[in-house]
Design a protein around this ligand. Structure first.
Ligand code: XMP
Length: 216
């Protein structure tokens, strides 16, 4: 939906269930993010189907982290299946990210939401932000579980680059808080797809994000 800042992380295996949840929640979403569980469980064609069924952009969260040639081989097939954006890690270096960016819109991970992110990724976030500022991808991934880090990343990042934040709900992040800290989009998985009523859960988060932006 135009104006939505909510991205559904559709981490189920089964095609039928995925399409059902996508239909129930589509009215409240800006985009759908697919990750390895759904691609492994249902095949790459699920990207094409989700786009046909919902008309929404699809983000392929592959967290590509390989040499440029392998990143290129993977990204080529995934964009061909209809993905609008691919998420890639920045730490393998500029050439690996560029290989993806040459084929389509890219989102670079600059920090992660889980506790272990403090060990290796957070210490190099500044370098990953610098890489993003140089390459100017569509967006970066930052942790909704640490709104103060989102505010920090926003302060260092070129203002044209969007910030997408996973970690809302099951991992403890709050949509309103992280959007106020400077995120452009929140990514929510389990709190929606594991709920008894995914459509209603998506509506509640959608409305929380409208409140932050004063859109109504
Ligand atoms: P949940 O169920 O925790 O799902 O709402 C979150 C989704 O987002 C992915 N995820 C991340 N992706 N950096 C990323 O690039 C992160 O820090 C991060 N944290 C969660 C996760 O794989 C799932 O699809």
């Amino acid at each position: 939906m135009a104006g939505s800042r909510l991205i559904l992380a559709l981490d189920v295996y089964e095609r039928k269930r995925a399409l059902e949840i996508a239909r129930e929640t589509a009215d409240y979403l800006w985009a759908i993010k697919v990750n390895w569980p759904l691609i492994i469980g249902s095949g790459l064609g699920i990207i094409t189907e989700l786009k046909q069924v919902t008309g929404l952009p699809v983000i392929a969260d592959l967290k590509l982290a390989d040499i440029p040639n392998t990143n290129r081989l993977i990204a080529g097939k995934v964009f061909e299946a209809g993905a609008d954006y691919i998420i890639a890690h920045g730490f393998p270096g500029k050439d690996s990210v560029e290989a993806v960016m040459e084929l389509g819109e890219t989102i670079i991970v600059v920090e992660m939401s889980h506790p272990g992110a403090k060990e290796f990724i957070q210490p190099v976030t500044d370098k990953l932000i610098a890489l993003a500022n140089e390459l100017e991808p569509f967006g970066v991934i930052a942790p909704a579980t640490r709104p103060e880090r989102v505010a920090y990343i926003r302060s260092k990042l070129n203002e044209k680059i969007r910030i997408l934040t996973p970690g809302v709900g099951a991992q403890g992040g709050k949509a309103g808080e992280v959007l106020r800290a400077g995120a452009d989009y929140v990514i929510v998985g389990r709190s929606i797809y594991e709920s008894d009523n995914p459509g209603e859960s998506a509506r509640l988060i959608y409305e929380e994000s409208l409140g932050v932006w004063g859109w109504s």
